[in-house]
Design a protein around this ligand. Structure first.
Ligand code: SAH
Length: 392
């Protein structure tokens, strides 16, 4: 029988574990067995030595243990297989697989597999290994992904900045099968080109699917300004929904070019225009004639320390958009910073509305779709929030 190294928590620190929170911060640890190596599975104990569950350890990380089970169940391939199977079942039963050929197949803590992300693009998997603990189980996980998802190919995009905190180098390359240079996915009937090798994240912002559907439903007859447009997902959705025109603004030239190609792919080119520019400067410099504005910036707050600066960025964007848009305009404003919750985001937008002196109401609030489940025990992993505003 495997002898697991033990980690003993400080008195009182067993409570979150008993409540199935998967993270144990280094400060919660009282003592550990000699020779507890980074990346290994450990038995987590309360201060008196009672076993609480198993997780993987990394002394280099602030989150020293990420839990994988909360009882006597050991971490083996049967447990991981079960987790992957239930992840797939969640995608099916929530209707995601019927709606799109691009979905997040495994979402880390949300699927009770902290450190593992897998996105499925038309049957090709793109995986991200975020932690040393998962890295140690890499071969088993790859075999099980093959078994459960039967993908055409598996590609790895483990080039997330957080890997260095875990003591891991970046890795980017094919694991199995042949991943096409470009994959065409179909989301709610619209087609998009995904470059999984060079695109941002794993190639596509899958998490905005519901908001793109929302925009398709409210864009008829409107003139759309899509800020931080990446490969034009919102612009294509808006044009397909009957928008008069869509202007896509992004600082990345390859993204803007891809947005044009995506418009073409859906036979929507005539009414679409791409602008390579900084969205802040663009907003400051133009008179806005649009009456549907989308603001979907990257995560401005990468950690707790940068929340205040991030809020200033969100406020500036929202202030300019709300101040300048036409009466009767709609603004979809988003934040994907995990360190900034909906309450704070709404306060920032409130500040922008008040400073702009316009009548603003919230028509809809949104978050990431069901293929990005949030474990009820770990609400910290909810990150995307959006407000659809009407501005008079
Ligand atoms: N709405 C997109 C996803 C946006 S991701 C979709 O549905 O697919 C954020 C985008 O912001 C990225 O494409 C990035 O290139 C762009 N970006 C980052 N900083 C920017 C800036 N200052 N001005 C304009 N675009 C920027």
């Amino acid at each position: 029988m495997t002898q697991y190294k033990r980690i003993f928590l400080r008195p009182g620190k067993e409570k979150p574990v008993a409540q199935r929170h998967p993270w144990i911060f280094s400060g919660a640890i009282d003592r550990l067995d000699d020779g507890t190596d980074d990346g290994t599975i450990v038995s987590v104990r309360d201060n008196s030595g009672t076993h609480l569950g198993y997780g993987y350890f990394n002394g280099r990380s602030q989150i020293a243990v990420r839990m994988l089970s909360f009882d006597e169940r050991t971490v083996d391939s049967a447990l991981i297989r079960e987790r992957l199977l239930s992840a797939l079942e969640r995608r099916k039963c929530s209707g995601v697989t019927a709606q799109t050929t691009a979905f997040r197949a495994v979402f880390s803590e949300g699927d009770f597999l902290p450190g593992l992300v897998a996105d499925s693009y038309d049957g090709h998997l793109v995986i991200q290994i975020l932690t040393l603990g998962i890295e140690r189980m890499r071969n088993t996980i790859i075999d099980l992904l093959q078994e459960v998802f039967a993908p055409h190919s598996i590609y790895e995009r483990s080039d997330h900045a957080g890997r260095s905190i875990e003591g891991l180098p970046e890795r980017n390359g094919t694991i199995s099968g042949a991943t096409p240079e470009e994959i065409i996915i179909v989301e709610n009937g619209l087609r998009f080109i995904v470059d999984v090798r060079h695109g941002q994240k794993t190639g596509f912002f899958i998490d905005q699917r519901d908001n793109r559907a929302l925009i398709a439903g409210i864009s008829r007859g409107r003139s759309v300004l899509n800020l931080f447009s990446y490969t034009g997902g919102f612009s294509v959705a808006a044009l397909a929904g009957g928008a008069i025109e869509a202007v896509s603004v992004d600082v990345s030239e390859p993204a803007v070019r891809m947005a044009e190609r995506n418009a073409e792919l859906n036979a929507l080119t005539g009414r679409s225009r791409g602008v390579t520019a900084d969205a802040f400067e663009y907003l400051r410099g133009v008179d806005i004639s649009s009456d549907l504005i989308i603001i979907d910036p990257p995560a401005f707050a990468k950690n707790r320390q940068s929340v205040a600066a991030a809020c200033r960025g969100y406020k500036e964007l929202n202030l300019q958009a709300i101040r300048k848009c036409r009466p009767g305009a709609l603004v979809l404003t988003c934040s994907c910073s995990r360190f900034l919750g909906m309450d704070l985001f709404q306060k920032v937008v409130f500040g922008a509305a008040a400073d702009a002196g316009r009548a603003v109401s919230i028509l809809h609030t949104g978050h990431h779709p069901p293929d990005h489940p949030v474990s009820i025990y770990c609400p910290e992993t909810a990150y995307l929030k959006s407000l659809l505003l009407s501005v008079d």
